[in-house]
Design a protein around this ligand. Structure first.
Ligand code: ADP
Ligand code: MG
Length: 676
């Protein structure tokens, strides 16, 4: 597949930025599918514009763009620039307005015909305006109008328009070499279109019907390979001999905990210890809602492994979480004479060497870290137990690579994402499932409110009061810095809040900070040296500061239900009343519905089902970035029928594939290696 740097418009800088988000070849660009489509087949005139909808129009600018500065107040927001222009088409005049894109005013040529698409509305003086329209010169076959137009979530630095053009370029380039990994026999049996045709129509559908064909084919393909992979996983996992632990008395550890295990934690521990002495290797998924106390269970299991002379490793998806686990483990295990080490990618080379040595010679008994744990150079002395925390953030393959670091070690994977049962069986068919279905005692249910930003001053007053009483608050903003969009940013919000509440101790955190800096900020917050932590979603999973009682989520419409639930789970971890405040001005019915569901239930299962209904499964598992390509397009909620077909096809392929030519089989297995 051609490298993206061969595309026009992609210089070394952009290529590098794209590589960071995993886009390296034209195939990667094409695998980034539209999130939605806009039917712009119809081009209208000014006269028959319908305000309140998104429309497309074609014409020459009668008034060239002009920039007008405007003051705007509000938290995390800055004053902005309007760019205004007007278009005439013989039936009337249409005003065009853009926000904060002053550079646009230079981009238009007088006399040139353009196509504009955007929401249209009435102004106060009864003229009509098109807001922030997308535009392109009117050519014979424009990409953004006169057709069903794909809408993407473009990587940073690209607009819809520039990304769309890039996709189109890739399509033209790779048409010839879009390999089809599905055997011809299968394609015929299930009436599936070819891959090249599917890819073309999933991006630029020729018609509704062609789109459905394309989607059906791609969903089938994903699910087929996922099913094949699962058959293999199940085979591998079946009845492997496991290490037998003799000493399963965990009381010396448990009595050091500052609390008594809940009945649910005890039950799961019983299941774990039964596995550990069974002679068969443990493969167990622990599912427990946010705050249910999975860490204590993991620690107990790790303690048992160490007690029996083995090492235990626990892998977390972020450095911030790994650090937190490391501190919790060291605090309790060091006094017991058990050594814990931290292994992350950002570890300084000299320190890294020392840690590697300890892991290698067995001095390190508990090994806490990020995916650095599975890198090639990490070599373990005698790994007896591997634990993955927040499993849904990892790909299936990472679970296996950690396991392969030992000689059939026992495996625990933990997740707070309540996976609907049907899906759990499909995804984790090789695992036994334990559920922690009870929260520690004394928890007060979190109160959730969905508000618009007119409430912000009152919310700040509320934070000030709670802080005065010694408690702490998180404020989540979607952006780090202010960008083109109107969304709140961590940096701007922190500056504004510091001005508004000068006596409050405020810190902020985001993913672009150095790990050491992040660590210091988290430590300060955990020790209550700061009362407010303004952050991006880097704190989404696992973070545990029981004294924090307020979670404010700005631009809450930007987040899915499962993510909101995870964020909300950062509070309500102590015995005080906690509050979660969702701030959004969005009026779209789906968004309102999402906010409403959040205020109505704190049950992770209900939220997960709803989330699955509303979004693609890829978003649900956050796996887009984490190597489970199987969920690029399929929605396991809606595509159950295709799933059944794919499962049947996969089973038949394994059992009875004599009719399929050798090269087609090889293609299937090569592709499968990429899935696993
Ligand atoms: P999660 O399941 O989300 O990973 P944690 O393991 O972080 O939850 O636990 C959340 C909080 O509950 C922690 O502060 C932990 O110390 C506390 N906790 C865990 N188990 C119990 C228990 N049995 N009784 C009281 N508090 C507990
Ligand atoms: Mg956790």
């Amino acid at each position: 597949m051609p490298h993206i740097s061969t595309l026009s418009g992609i210089g070394p800088k952009r290529a590098e930025a794209l590589a960071k988000v995993g886009i390296v070849t034209t195939a990667d660009v094409l695998n980034h599918l539209p999130r939605d489509y806009d039917d712009r087949s119809e081009i209208r005139t000014v006269e028959n514009m319908v305000p309140g909808t998104i429309q497309t129009i074609r014409g020459v600018l009668a008034k060239m763009p002009e920039n007008v500065p405007v003051k705007k107040s509000g938290f995390g927001k800055v004053s902005m620039t309007l760019t205004k222009a007007a278009l005439k088409d013989g039936t009337g005049t249409l005003e065009l307005v853009w926000f904060n894109q002053p550079y646009l005013s230079k981009g238009f040529k007088p006399g040139q015909e353009y196509i504009f698409t955007g929401p249209v509305k009435h102004t106060y003086n009864n003229r009509i305006q098109m807001l922030s329209p997308e535009y392109e010169p009117a050519v014979d076959t424009p990409l953004g109008a006169g057709r069903i137009v794909p809408l993407y979530t473009p990587p940073a630095g690209f607009s819809q328009k520039t990304w769309r053009a890039l996709v189109h370029q890739c399509l033209e380039l790779s048409e010839a070499d879009t390999r089809d990994d599905l055997p011809a026999e299968l394609r015929e049996a299930y009436r599936l279109c070819g891959r090249a045709e599917a890819i073309r129509n999933i991006h630029f559908p020729e018609s509704d019907d062609m789109f459905l064909q394309a989607r059906g084919r791609l969903v089938f393909e994903e699910l087929f390979f996922m099913q094949l992979a699962l058959f293999q996983i199940k085979e591998r996992a079946a009845e492997q001999a496991g290490i037998v632990f003799d000493d399963l008395d965990h009381t010396p550890f448990v009595k050091r905990l500052p609390f008594k295990m809940t009945r649910a934690q005890e039950k799961v521990l019983t299941e774990i210890t039964a596995d550990m002495q069974s002679g068969t290797v443990m493969n167990r998924l622990i599912q427990g809602d946010v705050g249910s106390g999975k860490t204590a269970v993991a620690m107990t299991a790790a303690y048992l492994a160490v007690k029996n002379g083995y090492q235990a490793a626990i892998m977390a998806p972020t450095e911030v979480l790994a650090q937190q686990h490391y501190e919790a483990f060291s605090e309790i295990f060091a006094p017991m004479g058990i050594e814990t080490v931290l292994l992350t990618g950002s570890l300084h080379a000299i320190k890294r060497k020392a840690v590697d040595e300890k892991i290698n010679d067995g001095t390190a008994q508990m090994i806490v870290g990020t995916h650095a744990l599975v890198q090639k150079k990490a070599s373990y002395h005698c790994l007896g137990l591997v634990i993955t925390d927040e499993q849904h953030r990892f790909g299936v393959n990472q679970r296996f690579t950690l396991k392969e670091k030992g000689d059939t070690p026992h495996t625990l994977v933990m997740t707070a994402t309540p996976i609907p049962r049907t899906l759990a069986l499909i995804l984790y068919g090789d695992l036994d499932i334990s559920v922690i279905d009870e929260l520690p005692p004394g928890r007060v249910p979190i109160k959730t409110y969905a508000l618009d930003d007119s409430f912000r001053p009152r919310i700040h007053e509320f934070i000030r009061k709670e802080a005065a009483a010694g408690r702490q608050a998180y404020i989540i903003c979607p952006l780090i810095e202010e960008g083109e969009s109107d969304m709140s940013s961590v940096l701007q919000y922190a500056a504004d809040l510091r001005r508004a509440l000068p006596n409050l101790k405020i810190a902020y955190l985001h993913g672009r900070m150095k790990p050491a800096e992040k660590q210091e900020i988290m430590e300060d917050f955990a020790a209550n040296r700061n009362r407010v932590l303004i952050s991006t979603t880097v704190i989404e999973v696992g973070i545990n500061v029981p004294n924090a009682t307020i979670m404010v989520i700005e631009n809450a419409e930007r987040f899915g239900l499962s993510q909101l639930h995870q964020l909300r789970g950062r509070v309500g971890r102590g015995s005080e009343q906690s509050h979660c405040i969702l701030i959004s001005n969005a009026t779209a019915p789906v968004t309102k519905e999402r906010m409403k569901v959040m205020t109505e239930t704190t049950d992770g299962f209900v939220l997960a089902e709803r989330d699955l209904e509303q979004r693609g499964a890829g978003d649900f598992f956050g796996t887009r970035q984490h190597g489970l390509p199987s969920f690029m397009i399929a929605n396991l909620y809606r595509d159950m029928d295709i799933m059944k077909e794919a499962q049947e096809a996969a089973r038949a392929f394994i059992q009875n594939n004599k009719a399929i030519p050798g090269n087609e089989k090889t293609a299937v297995y090569n592709r499968l290696a990429g899935v696993l």
